[in-house]
Design a protein around this ligand. Structure first.
Ligand code: NFS
Length: 654
């Protein structure tokens, strides 16, 4: 008999809760019920088991970690390090394969073989080229002219391909890493070569009987993670900007209340932007709108989920329906006529649920088929065929809706689209765009420091609650927060991504928000867009006044409700870049082991970054604030240095 779920304790998202109540009435299950019904394996949770060969699987004791060894003699430290390394590999592979798919698409667009997409942002193309020393101008007859766009784009594609395929030597975006940080990496031997090489070597080293020193394994998983953050993910972000436009501040609505009972509702869920970009065209196509109207609908409503949704929310203000844990509850509304998915973070539980409610559930990518879904392949040279088919299926389902529809009312406006370029612009203006005002505000203490709060939602903790409480604590203490992925959606729903949220901030941060019109919580995009946070951190260092390394900057990272292996790769590349990073929910290491000590202490000696863990949101935020203060102290800027006005004593002295 399944344990009954205490619904009110599952989430703070009102719309999700309403749908969990409905799911219960309807007699269907979601991940919340499944998590409630299956407690986490206590040995696996601590990463104290190994199934890398068939002499086992071997289980060690998390309570007495050195009491036993694996059959091969592997110690708890080797086992944990190998398991951790494999999480990094899987997460990094997801991001780099996504980035490589973007690169393949980009090349075909430049060669003119794919015509549905074009280079939308030539300025961004030039900017990325200039960052990695590709010339953007040529001299013709003594006159300096802009280079031909196609020629420049082809050279960029060729150069960026090295991010994946390069066998020896440093990948292109190493040119963006602050000099001293890069020097540290060179010394540690963790500057990444091409991602394919790093991932392959890491998998080799975790095979039975290869690398059996946790410190050596950690060196390679750091290199692997860096090939994601400063490699695959960064390529994905930059090429998406070039093809679909660099985000600028934009209003977007969030939450299930964006669906409309009288319209055909289509949701796109996943990670690569191309499916969504084509679906936007399809939903705006008058022919499709006519078809929807002929079926009795008011029109077509298009909404996003997870990171696909985050990308188009940033670029086009498309409504975002909810984060990872809301994907199943949204089907329970009965209002979703079709859900099209591509890759990553798509729960298999969606297929039977969609069947219950008659929602057409469509996979579109060769890499991700799901039993029970209909597969309609998205051909990149003819993407409209796939998306038009999904729209037709949605209209058909709308006509034949049999189940009652219940759409929760709540929706919330937020400001999205805060790219690194936009921060630069909003602080400095068009002609003198710069990070100087940001650095000055950190130095004078109005902004105490920066935080990147990112990552998933996880039914093992109260959905959205940890994200929201961590961020509220941070802004109350004058920490400016940058967000991506599902975490960003938690805060958008909670209404903190609007300038009015300044009322929740400490005085200093509130003043900055009031002056710039920025919210205290900045949505910088999807999970691959964590690379935007790296670029911003590098820019802060290069702007000056806050140290020579990323690890000198008063900055901290956080993933309060993480669940995916991608989050581990992200956490590791943040840490290896010099960022103190706190995870919540759970952490895959055994206490009182040398490996845990390396992650939580030892790494700091290498490059200044390290891991930490706190499940409680207030402790979590406090750890980040303490770290920020430690960095302010080291920089000698801990005392608030307000510009001093003349007081009476000064006047007398004069
Ligand atoms: Ni990131 Fe995006 Fe969400 Fe987590 Fe999944 S959608 S890539 S992994 S769950 S933030």
């Amino acid at each position: 008999m399944a344990k009954e779920l205490n619904i009110q304790e599952a989430s703070i998202c009102e719309t999700t809760l309403q749908m969990l109540e409905k799911a219960k009435k309807d007699g269907v299950q979601t991940c919340f019920d499944r998590a409630n019904d299956m407690s986490a394996c206590p040995i696996g949770d601590k990463s104290a088991c190994c199934k890398n060969c068939s002499m086992g699987p071997c289980r060690l004791s998390p309570k007495d970690p050195y009491a036993k060894k694996g059959v091969c003699g592997a110690t708890i430290d080797t086992i944990q390090a190998r398991n951790f390394a494999r999480m990094v590999v899987s997460g990094a592979a997801a991001h780099t394969d996504h980035g490589m798919a973007m690169l393949d698409l980009f090349k075909e667009v430049v060669h003119g073989k794919i015509t549905d997409y074009t280079i939308k942002d030539v300025d961004k193309l030039k900017y990325v080229c200039s960052e990695i020393d590709i010339p953007t101008t040529v001299e013709v007859d003594g006159e300096v002219k802009d280079r031909d766009v196609k020629e420049m784009a082809l050279e960029l594609a060729e150069e960026l391909e090295r991010t994946y395929t390069q066998v020896e030597g440093e990948i292109p975006f190493m040119k963006r890493v602050p000099e001293k940080t890069l020097e540290d990496w060179r010394e540690l031997g963790i500057v990444p070569r091409g991602a394919m090489r790093e991932l392959m070597e890491m998998m080799h080293r975790t095979h039975i009987g290869v690398d059996q020193h946790y410190e050596n394994i950690a060196q390679q998983f750091q290199r692997t993670a860096l090939s994601d953050g400063w490699g695959g993910s960064m390529v994905a972000t930059e090429l998406s900007d070039i093809l679909y436009g660099t985000p600028k501040a934009i209003h977007a609505m969030t939450d299930m209340g964006c669906l409309d009972e009288e319209s055909v509702n289509v949701i796109i869920h996943g990670h690569e932007p191309n499916l969504f970009e084509s679906m936007i065209d399809a939903c705006n196509d008058p022919k499709n709108i006519e078809k929807a109207k002929a079926a009795g609908a008011k029109g077509i409503v298009l909404g996003g989920m997870c990171c696909s949704g985050a990308e188009v929310m940033m670029r086009h203000g498309i409504p975002h329906i909810g984060n990872f844990l809301s994907a199943e509850p949204v089907i329970v509304t009965g209002a979703v006529d079709a859900m099209g998915v591509d890759i990553q973070c798509i729960m298999q539980g969606l297929a039977p649920l969609a069947e219950c409610y008659g929602t057409r559930f469509v996979t579109t990518n060769t890499r991700a088929h799901i039993e029970g879904a209909v597969h309609v392949q998205l051909e990149e040279d003819n993407p409209r065929e796939c998306v038009d088919t999904i729209v037709d299926m949605a209209i058909e389902r709308f006509k034949n809706r049999t189940k009652p529809v219940e759409i929760p009312k709540h929706k919330q406006i937020s400001i999205s689209g805060i790219s690194h370029e936009y921060i630069n612009y909003v602080l400095g203006g068009t002609y003198r765009s710069s990070y100087v005002p940001l650095n000055e505000n950190i130095i004078n203490g109005r902004i105490r420091g920066l935080a990147g709060v990112v990552g998933c939602t996880n039914p093992r903790v109260k959905h959205d609650w940890v994200h929201v409480e961590v961020v509220k604590e941070l802004i109350k203490n004058n920490v400016l927060v940058l967000q991506t992925g599902c975490s960003a959606i938690s805060l958008a729903k909670a209404g903190l991504m609007v300038p009015e949220a300044a009322k929740f901030c400490g005085d200093g941060l509130a003043e900055v928000c009031e002056t710039t019109g920025l919210p205290p919580v900045l949505n910088v995009g999807s999970c691959v867009d964590n690379s935007r946070i790296l670029i911003a951190a590098a820019e802060v260092v290069k702007t000056g006044g806050l140290g020579d390394r990323i690890s000198d900057v008063p900055v901290a990272g956080s993933a309060p409700e993480w669940m995916s292996e991608k989050a581990i790769s992200i956490g590791q590349y943040f840490v290896s870049s010099g960022v103190y990073t706190v995870f919540g929910a759970t952490f895959p290491v055994t206490d009182n082991t040398k490996f845990k000590d390396l992650l939580f202490n030892g790494l700091e000696e290498q490059h200044g970054g390290m891991w930490d863990f706190a499940k409680d949101p207030y402790e979590h935020a406090q750890k980040m604030i303490d770290h920020i203060d430690k960095k302010r102290e080291a920089l000698g800027i801990q005392e608030k240095k307000e510009r001093k006005l003349f007081d009476m004593a000064d006047r007398r002295e004069l």
